[in-house]
Design a protein around this ligand. Structure first.
Ligand code: NAD
Length: 170
């Protein structure tokens, strides 16, 4: 039994994440998805709640027919303790998957095997680009799995981003 941990903020979950998880599903028996910065929402950089992101990831993952756990993980103030914090929140795992340099460093220092994955269409399959498009009223739906599009439409995600970007200045 090999469990792999995939960490991300998923603001929102997009087709780049989806491609990576499809490949991870071929390498391990079970996948744990850690939803990072779980405490953040209703910010331009972090518009979606942990619960909404759990729903996005769970619905998208139902396509792959692999047992998975989707677990929100709040940030903590001490990077040096973060890996212990993550380990305390998720089932035991053998491999972690990430390309985030800080996350790679912290996991490797803790003796955890880290695998990096190729980036797919990084300019478009990107949370930053998708949030920018939502804000500007441009098309973003083709960068996100269909089930996630429905979730974002259902919660009024586009309207939320536009509203929180407004200022109350004259
Ligand atoms: P993210 O959602 O930006 O990315 C998740 C993963 O997807 C990354 O490995 C990224 O490289 C990959 N990815 C993105 N676009 C891709 C594409 N087009 N193709 C293939 N892969 C793609 O999330 P992140 O920033 O890596 O999340 C790390 C989380 O860990 C954050 O929530 C951060 O706050 C948390 N963290 C917390 C602490 C602490 O609390 N002290 C310390 C370190 C990290």
């Amino acid at each position: 039994m090999r469990r792999g941990l995939y960490l991300g903020r998923f603001q929102p979950y997009h087709l780049g994440h989806h491609q990576v998880l499809k490949a991870i599903a071929r390498e391990v028996d079970e996948i744990i998805i850690g939803i990072g910065s779980a405490q953040k929402s209703h910010e331009i950089e972090n518009p979606f709640t942990a619960g909404e992101r759990v729903l996005m990831v769970s619905c998208a993952l139902s396509e792959f027919d692999i047992k998975h756990y989707v677990i929100p993980i709040e940030d903590i103030q001490r990077n040096s303790l973060w890996v212990s914090h993550v380990k305390s929140m998720v089932p035991p795992f053998e491999i972690a998957y990430t390309n985030n340099p800080l996350v790679i460093e912290l996991l490797r220092e803790a003796g955890i095997e880290v695998r990096q994955s190729p980036l797919f269409k990084r300019n478009s399959y990107s949370g930053t680009e998708i949030r920018r498009r939502m804000l500007k009223g441009e098309k973003w739906e083709h960068f996100v799995p269909r089930k996630v599009v429905d979730i974002i439409h259902g919660i009024g995600g586009e309207k939320r981003i536009k509203t929180i970007a407004q200022s109350d200045d004259e």
